[in-house]
Ligand binder design. Structure first.
Ligand SMILES: *[C@@H]1O[C@H](CO)[C@@H](O)[C@H](O)[C@H]1NC(C)=O
Ligand SMILES: CC(=O)N[C@H]1CO[C@H](CO)[C@@H](O)[C@@H]1O
Ligand SMILES: [Zn+2]
Length: 486
């Protein structure tokens, strides 16, 4: 029988792959910068085609999910099992916000996330009341600040800073203000958009955030005894929407020993979310693609792409809150990756006392590549929180904030591909090591810092569910009202 050279070669390649052993060196060599560029290009393109973002509740998120699923579920169907975990959360969007000054002038204004709507179409027209400034304790953050300030039926003019914006707005509502005009602490219009968080729904008044100099000119007129009448219009929707976590795991490997890697797939509404946090998603997808080529490793490898991180770590908290005790015990390690391609990268690997050698594996590799990597704290800003609270050994790999953080310019130009490639290689190496040996990995810590944190998370989900019920009631009222006025 004659065999062609091509078929012999093919057989050789298949045999080589069939027995390929997953090692840190082998998988490091598989991670290619141009493949990462390709994935980032796709995510950027998805944002561009879907209204400029990949946020929770928006079509760009669903398209991002399809992109990940195409690989995991279709291309590598024989290697991985895939689960899509649905969950619901409160979606919000400000469609329009407008502040009109006493002389009929339009004022520059931004709307925070979860800003409640004013009556429409007219908004709120009311006299402005200046409120005291307390930069030390935060202006209008505490109840005593409101003593003797008459805001009933008025718009309160309040300085931003120190405490959460939602705290100031809660007091304003309790004291009977119709709304708040919040002014920035520093001059200019380049200020960030805060979130009031879904927890504040129903507890705050509408707000518009305006520049310092505009507020100062109004304060001067108020101080001179003039009545300053302002209009605030907020046209926003708040409603329940479904989103999804994507969980993909190797068919091979001991199901009682799971090494897990996660990144959030969603971005904010303000931009394409390419470094934050498309970079983590891209890194994971490349690692998954590489893992598909190996057959020999001991432990199960599980990947997670989380939804709605930007809305308060919702997807990952949902996942961790739904795990049974048994399922929790099977997860031996969790690696979280978020913003791993920052321009001007800072290689700070977040660890805590329960991270074992996970942080060292990344730091040592990055240092060997000439980077000044170091271990730092993990903070509470990303999807590791639910895992840390369960006592699972965890690290948080990232390359620091960038100047386009949560902005329109967080696009394909906002990536340092060298950093992204190095971080992905580091992540793949650490994963490969733990996929074969858990030496240097501590046991799950049963006495976590806060034993109530799990029940607290469950409580949060109940509270959100209640909020959603309230909101849908309000929505109905709004509709009736609209019909009457039309
Ligand atoms: C989300 O909400 C929809 C509509 O209320 C409901 O049908 C669905 O079952 C909910 N999904 C989850 C995961 O709770
Ligand atoms: C590394 C890093 O900064 N990641 C960010 C990804 O997005 C979340 C939510 O905005 C931030 O809190 C994280 O800090
Ligand atoms: Zn973010």
């Amino acid at each position: 029988m004659k065999t062609s050279l091509a078929s012999i070669l093919l057989l050789a390649v298949q045999m080589a792959w069939a027995t390929r052993i997953l090692t840190p060196d082998a998988i490091e060599a598989d991670i290619q910068e141009r493949e990462l560029q390709n994935v980032i290009w796709h995510l950027n393109h998805i944002a561009e085609k879907n209204g400029g973002n990949r946020a929770f509740g928006e079509p760009g998120y669903a398209a991002s999910m399809d992109f990940i699923l195409e690989r995991a579920r279709i291309r590598f169907a024989d290697k991985f099992d895939t689960f899509v975990q649905p969950f619901n959360h409160t979606y919000d969007k400000t469609n329009a916000i407008k502040v009109t000054g006493p002389d009929g002038e339009d004022v520059y204004v931004v709307s925070p996330q979860y800003n409640p709507a004013t009556p429409l179409p007219g908004g709120i027209t009311a006299g402005l009341v200046d409120t005291p400034v307390d930069d030390a304790r935060g202006s209008m953050c505490l109840e005593d600040h409101w003593a003797g300030v008459e805001v009933k039926g008025k718009l309160a003019l309040v300085k931003r800073g120190v405490c959460a914006v939602a705290d100031k707005l809660r007091w304003a509502k309790k004291k009977g203000a119709l709304g708040v005009i919040l002014y920035n602490q520093d001059p200019g219009t380049g200020y960030s958009v805060p979130t009031l968080s879904a927890d504040s729904i129903g507890e705050t008044v509408p707000v518009g955030i305006i520049p310092l100099d505009v507020a100062q000119s109004w304060q001067a007129r108020l101080a001179a005894g003039e009545e300053v009448v302002v209009n605030l219009l907020v046209d926003s929707i708040i409603e329940e929407r479904e989103s999804w976590n994507i969980i993909v795991e190797t068919k091979k490997g001991d199901p009682n020993k799971v090494v897990m890697l996660g990144a959030h797939l969603d971005g904010v509404q303000a931009g394409p979310g390419i470094n934050d946090n498309g970079s983590g998603s891209a890194g994971l997808l490349e690692i998954l693609t590489a893992v598909a080529h190996y057959d020999v490793f001991k432990h199960k490898i599980r990947f997670a792409w989380w939804g709605a991180e930007e809305n308060g770590l919702v997807g990952s908290l949902y996942y961790t809150s739904k795990l049974s005790e048994e399922e929790v015990n099977r997860i031996k390690y969790y690696f979280n990756y978020d913003m791993i391609g920052s321009p001007d990268p800072v290689y700070g690997i977040g660890v805590d006392e329960n991270s074992g050698i996970g942080g060292d594996l990344l730091v040592d590799y990055l240092v060997s590549k000439g980077k000044s990597a170091y271990k730092g704290g993990m903070g509470g800003g990303s999807d590791h929180v639910g895992f840390v609270n369960l006592g699972i050994p965890t690290i948080f790999g990232h390359t620091g904030l960038d100047t386009c953080y949560h902005q329109h310019c967080d696009n394909i130009n906002n990536i340092d591909f060298e950093a992204l490639t190095l971080m992905t290689k580091a992540a793949a190496r650490a994963m490969a090591q733990f996929a074969n040996s858990l030496e240097g990995v501590p046991e799950r810590k049963l006495f976590t810092r806060n034993p109530n944190s799990r029940s607290q998370i469950v409580k949060n989900f109940r509270r959100w569910a209640d909020v959603e019920k309230e909101v849908s009631k309000e929505k109905l009222c709004g509709h009736t009202h609209e019909k009457i006025t039309v």
